[in-house]
Write a protein that binds this ligand. Structure first.
Ligand SMILES: *Cc1c(COP(=O)(O)O)cnc(C)c1O
Length: 480
């Protein structure tokens, strides 16, 4: 049976009712899915149906089979990785954009899609207080935004790699990219894709609080130049993935200027905090970057996916990517923006719509208020960790992520490092098995450390208190 308007209306209503109920009761689900590998697949037929199935049956299966295999990123006590949420305005934006189903590849293919993206990214640029010289483009993920940025950095070297490629070229020096030990793996992957190669990504060590050591950075650049290599760029991070540390961006920017290197700032998680005037210190120097990535789908209530790449040198992005076949040439191409010229993908979803709806629906005040609440909850959780004899903080807490571990009686039990690691891993697994909270981990200089990341629009202080109670309860057996 085809899904005619009548059936669509009934099915869509059922789906919306389901969504509303889900949003009001997300915390009643186990946050981390409890299914075993293969359990979902075993309930699904191996072959597609030949005959049409009713949408009611399909939605029944969605509830019965699919939902148990969902880990609830919308759960107010999802504290793993970087906590993210969808939101009603974002969902409406997704809904309408899939209804329009436009492909925002160039201006003509849907003028509103292009012009709304320009306007909403101007708003966003203003919100995070970057200078007007920055142009924005929406990509799916930070991984792709950073890939584009590093492609632009490679293009800026004038080796004409776009045309000649990298292979079979004895005239080319080794291209070198600098990151820190704490830089996100997406950068190394970009280097793999772009032919720079993993071995040519220099991982600069970090200081006691996980910030890139700039002396070592400059030293490595010098050594590489002396050895005939060609440094092309540095990636600095504001809010690293393990600990949310903040690299000294201003110092790194001046090194980049001195050696003529592209500076890319990865603020995928931390970026939205620049909306708070009292936290601008964290962002000093980022206006000197050539490119910056911020993910509204991380800490700005936007349903995944939505990543914003800002660049002061959009001409370089264009020069790295623009390739306009005859059938895409348009009369107005020189007076309008064609976003397909600035990245890898030709086809582009109309993601600006949901971002526009979120910013309008909440207003900047509500966004600021929520971020401040999250920062405040993190402060409170941090205080609980610091005040407890059996726990220790593993890194400073500039944002909404607390990294800590159990260390009974502050080490006086003299557990070895391996024992501590195994205790903390077991503790985290026990906590997650309760289904009440979901935490993740990282390893810091060999120490297994538990992360609690706050980013959900529905998280309230009671969720933080409950998380702490559960942690204490599960930790008891290790503390006697
Ligand atoms: C999450 C994150 C990324 C990767 O983001 P995707 O959008 O999933 O590709 C990159 N860098 C940092 C600092 C992050 O926190």
């Amino acid at each position: 049976m085809d899904l005619n308007s009548e059936i669509f209306s009934a099915s869509a209503r059922r789906a919306i009712d389901w969504i509303i109920h889900y949003f009001e009761h997300t915390d009643e689900y186990p946050v981390l899915s409890r299914v075993k590998p293969g359990e979902i697949k075993s309930q699904l037929p191996e072959l597609p149906p030949t005959l049409s199935e009713s949408f009611d049956t399909i939605l029944d299966d969605f509830e019965k089979i699919i939902i148990p295999g969902i880990t609830h990123w919308n759960h107010p006590r999802f504290f793993a990785y970087f906590s993210i949420t969808g939101s009603y305005p974002g969902i409406i934006g997704e809904f309408l954009s899939s209804a329009l189903n436009v492909n925002a590849m160039n201006w003509k293919s849907s003028p509103s899609a292009t012009e709304l993206e320009e306007v909403v990214l101007e708003w966003f640029r203003y919100m995070v207080q970057l200078p007007t010289t920055f142009m924005g483009i929406i990509n799916d993920t930070a991984s792709v935004s950073s890939l584009c940025a590093i492609a632009a950095a490679r293009e800026a070297t004038a080796f004409n790699i776009r045309e000649l490629g990298l292979s079979g070229r004895p005239d080319l020096p080794q291209l070198i990219l600098y990151v820190s030990e704490e830089t996100h793996s997406s950068i190394e992957r970009a280097a793999m894709v772009l032919g720079i190669g993993q071995n040519n990504v220099r991982k600069i060590s970090t200081d006691a609080v996980f910030r890139m050591n700039t002396d070592e950075l400059e030293q490595r650049i010098r050594v590489d130049i002396d050895n005939g290599c060609k440094p092309i760029g540095v990636v600095a991070t504001i809010g690293t993935t393990s600990t949310t540390s903040i690299d000294p961006v201003a110092e790194i920017a001046s090194i980049c200027r001195k050696y003529n290197l592209w500076l890319h700032v990865d603020a995928a998680y931390g970026g939205p905090v620049s909306i708070l005037p009292e936290k601008r210190d964290y962002f000093v120097g980022w206006e000197l970057a050539d490119s910056i990535v911020i993910n509204p789908h991380k800490w700005m209530f936007t349903p995944i996916d939505c990543s914003v790449l800002f660049s002061r040198r959009p001409d370089m992005l264009k020069s790295a990517f623009s390739l306009v076949p005859e059938y895409l040439r348009t009369a107005e191409q020189d007076v309008v923006k064609n976003y397909m010229d600035y990245g890898v993908a030709l086809g582009r979803r109309f993601r600006a719509l949901k971002l526009w709806m979120i910013i309008r629906s909440y207003g900047t005040n509500k966004i600021q208020k929520t971020l401040r609440e999250h920062l405040n909850y993190a402060e409170k959780f941090k205080a609980k960790v610091e005040e407890h004899d059996d726990f220790e903080l593993m890194a400073p807490v500039p944002f909404s992520t607390v990294v800590f571990r159990l260390n009974p009686n502050h080490g006086k039990h003299s557990l070895s490092n391996d024992e501590l690691n195994s205790v903390n891993e077991r503790l985290m697994n026990k906590i997650n098995a309760t289904g009440e909270v979901f935490l993740s981990h990282t390893k810091l200089r060999g120490n297994f450390s538990i992360r609690l990341a706050i980013g959900n629009i529905k998280t309230i202080e009671a969720d933080i208190d409950l998380a702490w109670d559960i942690i204490l309860k599960q930790a008891k057996e290790f503390c006697s």
